[in-house]
Design a protein around this ligand. Structure first.
Ligand SMILES: [Zn+2]
Length: 225
């Protein structure tokens, strides 16, 4: 009758970072594949890109140079890429149109060209996905405020407590691969609250800061993307 079942192709197990990419995709975010750090006998850490141990941003830059045409948007695309390159890190698109705003306290001055003193400390942040790095940096993810008029959208706002809004940028999520914890990279990121926590609205202190961005100016040179 109808029981002539074809043998099913066994589902390949996806790597931890492949599963992380699928989870991020399920939020409706564009997925940016990121070159991962690798162990290097001589230098400690290197990058999976062709620069290898000469790369200065291991685990931080896109797998392909042309970001715009290489955003992954389907489960099939994600599975295909992470089956071929299981160790790749996972980035997500941020900014207007992508639904995610980022607040970043970057203590690594290497990445920050412009620092503006904040008049007030930012204070406590709402419960929302949050990650911390071994160098003391941290980021929070918030819903992007779509009410914000275009001319008031700062690409980056940096402060002493540094605040960053990233338009048409991306942020790299902490690796889900346990083995990456032992890599000798300058900054290792861990979730404090992961993607199972819903994104909160931008808190009032960040809204105020963004609204006063005209006085501070929108800056985008040399800052992390
Ligand atoms: Zn690299």
């Amino acid at each position: 009758m109808f029981n002539k079942l074809r043998p099913r192709r066994a589902r390949k197990t996806l790597s931890p970072n492949g599963e992380l990419a699928l989870e991020a995709l399920s939020h409706g975010w564009g997925i940016v594949p990121i070159h991962n750090p690798v162990e290097d006998a001589e230098w400690g850490a290197a990058c999976s890109c062709e620069e290898g141990s000469d790369c200065l941003s291991e685990g931080q830059h896109p797998f392909v140079g042309d970001l715009d045409s290489n955003i992954l948007r389907t489960t099939d695309e994600v599975k295909r890429l992470w089956e071929m390159h299981p160790k790749l890190y996972v980035g997500i698109q941020t900014g207007a149109g992508h639904g995610v705003a980022v607040q970043l306290n970057y203590l690594c001055e290497f990445f920050v060209d412009v620092v503006v003193e904040l008049e007030e400390p930012l204070g406590p942040m709402p419960f929302t996905p949050k990650a911390n790095s071994t160098s003391g940096s941290e980021f929070h993810l918030f819903k992007y405020p779509d009410w914000l008029p275009l001319e008031e959208r700062p690409t980056f706002l940096l402060g002493s407590d540094a605040v960053v809004m990233q338009d048409d940028g991306y942020i790299v999520l902490p690796s889900a691969d346990e083995a990456d914890r032992t890599l000798h990279v300058p900054e290792h990121w861990e979730w404090e609250e992961g993607l199972d926590v819903p994104l909160a609205e931008l808190p009032p202190q960040l809204v105020e800061l963004i609204k006063s961005a005209g006085a501070v100016g929108a800056m985008n040179s040399g800052a992390p993307r």
